[in-house]
Design a protein around this ligand. Structure first.
Ligand code: FE2
Length: 280
């Protein structure tokens, strides 16, 4: 049973496709937008988001809350997010399980945490604070990583599951990030999925990555590659039908190509669930 309504198979809405929203031809199940891109006083992006809402449900996806950081949470940022939620009434709100700032220094990246009991309690406390402030449960997303901490005491999936339990939040499972990190660190992506609590998975992300030779890089500039589709099929098998979204952030293709990726996700989900029904 999914934590959230199954909105179907949507796309991340990015500026190259704003004209398709403006003229009403962007036909998709749902949109996800980067919350920070709309924390502005006015202008075209806000108008486009108003129009997007008339076409399909919208979800707000944050990238800079610094949930894993050690600085106090930015209350002004939370206030701006609260205003966006009030204005656009997203189906839900998500953020990343990571850190990205320290004092005046901003990494502009989603950096991994050490997987320890101390970090788990710290980030769960901060998520609880955010949820109280926003008056709603949020989803937290696993990030791709290129290094691990020698003082980690548990695998990433145990950490993610523990945080979700301790904070009573949901999980945005990025299947591509699982695959990228699994290849970079040498663990089984299927063991990762097996270690997650099915009743906390609210959404799935799909994306493409690049092969740098020595490691995979989470570039979001390619179609979803076949090992990630295979892992998505495994996720559907384990967790059932979950709202799924295709992210594409660089070398963004034509709208139809992006929608075709979402349609492929729909077809894989139908195939997996059909096979599951036959076995039952
Ligand atoms: Fe993602």
């Amino acid at each position: 049973m999914s934590l959230l309504p199954h909105l179907g198979h949507g796309i991340g809405l990015r500026p190259p496709h704003y004209p398709r929203v403006a003229d009403g031809t962007a036909r998709v199940d749902w949109f996800e937008v980067i919350a920070e891109n709309f924390m502005i006083p006015g202008g075209r992006p806000l108008r486009v988001l108003e129009q997007a809402r008339t076409l399909a449900p919208v979800v707000l996806h944050g990238v800079s809350m610094n949930l894993g950081g050690s600085d106090p949470l930015n209350e002004r940022h939370l206030g701006e997010l609260e205003r966006l939620i009030g204005r656009f009434e997203p189906a839900w709100v998500s953020e990343h399980l990571c850190w990205g700032a320290y004092g005046r220094y901003y990494a502009h990246d989603l950096l991994p945490l050490p997987y320890t009991d101390e970090a788990l309690a710290h980030v769960a406390d901060r998520i609880r604070h955010v949820q109280e402030r926003l008056g709603r449960r949020i989803l937290i997303e696993n990030v791709s990583s290129y290094l691990t901490f020698t003082h980690s005491t548990m695998p990433e999936w145990t950490f993610l599951a523990g945080v979700a339990e301790a904070a009573d939040c949901g999980i945005l499972l990025d299947v591509n990030n699982v695959y990228v990190s699994a290849m970079n660190h040498g663990f089984s992506p299927h063991a990762y999925l097996a270690g997650l609590p099915p009743d906390r998975i609210g959404q799935i992300h799909l994306a493409g990555h690049s092969d740098a030779g020595t490691h995979l890089v989470d570039t979001h500039d390619h179609p979803v590659p076949s090992p990630v589709w295979d892992l998505y099929a495994d996720a559907v098998r384990r967790f059932g039908p979950i709202a799924t979204l295709v992210e594409w952030d660089d070398r963004i293709p034509a709208f139809e190509e992006l929608v075709a990726e979402a349609e492929r996700a729909r077809a894989i989900e139908a195939e997996v669930l059909g096979a599951r029904r036959q076995l039952a």
